[in-house]
Ligand binder design. Sequence first.
Ligand code: DCP
Ligand code: MG
Length: 434
Amino acid sequence: MVNGHPPRPERKIIHIDMDAFYASVEQHDNPALKGLPVIVGGDPSRRGVVSAASYEARAFGVHSAMPSSQARRLCPNGIFLPVRMHRYREVSDRIFRILREYTPLVEPLSLDESFLDVTGSEKLFGPALQIAREIKRRIRENTDLTASAGIAPNKFLAKIASDYRKPDGLVEIKPEEVRNFLRDLPIAKLWGVGKSTEEILKGMGILKTGQLAAFPAEKIEKKLGNFGLELTALARGEDDRAVQPESGAKSISQEETFTPDLENLEQMKKVLLDQAEQVGWELRKQKLKGSTVTVKVRYPDFTLVTRSFTLPSPTDQGIEIYRTAMKLLPRTEALQRRARLLGVGISNLFHRDDPEQYRLFDSGRKKVEGSVQAMDRIWEKFGPEAIKRATLMEKNLTAELAEHAEAGMAKGSWPRGQAKKRRTERKKDFDFPK
Ligand code: DCP
Ligand code: MG
């Protein structure tokens, strides 16, 4: 025992990610497209964005989130197809049915991506590597598509591993290989490292994950705050996050694309306040509360970032969502780079009147003392008047912004897809958080 804690049993996490998912489904459904550069996404002659590019199209430099017009310039013979979400959902359902045969601990990240904790499944199904191989084989038999799989002692490493030999990859990182594996990994591969963080780290002479792991953590903390400490932990291969199965999994979000881009804090505050109110209203209407708030920003160059924070107690109040969003905003580069799209959402939802569901939802996470009472207190405290309070509270937020700019917060992700004008969604397909 160390410090009174029994040693943590080694975990076996598998990350599964389908290869060029939407594009592969299109190629499957129309075999004449196999071997051709297929680009799924918005209309190149409008303001469309690429959702998925087949590996043949990627050879031309086309990738997700790129404007379709640019994709057409790079790949004039590309075959541009619209997104057929219902079809991808169908295929996704089949894949998830297979995954759940191996463990109930399946955490979907998007239609094509998920974590599995198979620590307890090895007795029944054999070693994790064998499970992953079998899953890949069954997905191929069942859908005629290829998946890449990564196996590792934690989520972060499993995701890195699945990406390592894409497409059709199968990579295991054993605990004793972690250090070697991370040594030469570029820092940009660490979760949450965007262009500006990368520049800061490069300025300190840190280009590779191994260098970050060896760097004194206090110095990183000085530059990047708690976020720096999180990064250092990841660089050392440490990531304790549990695989969270999808019980009650849904999300509600609002997002909007702006022309011209949003360029200052005042504009962004107004937008986030409005969106957070809408999300809160939607939660209350559906008698839901949620605990993970995510802010989503698309920069003018179309790169998309998301930042998430999990509240100690769930909420259905716009004001609380707004305040959290305002703490997350400085974790993006929206103010430096402008925002083409801005959005806020909430996930980890459960029914307000269902404490049992809450307990289920909360299991496996740090227990929040008196959580159910706390929820009721939040409800009583803010009530339906919350929206009015938002404007008053807003005045104190600029100070809070500075204070929280360096705050360490959990990273997460957002439902993917093309930016749509003002959309509110209640997602059943669980495509966030990551
Ligand atoms: N997607 C999207 N917009 C993005 C990124 C992805 O709409 N900016 C959609 C289309 C993808 C699917 O999500 O097919 C899965 O995303 P991935 O990042 O896993 O990308 P792919 O599966 O297309 O390719 P890869 O082989 O790199 O996983
Ligand atoms: Mg994929």
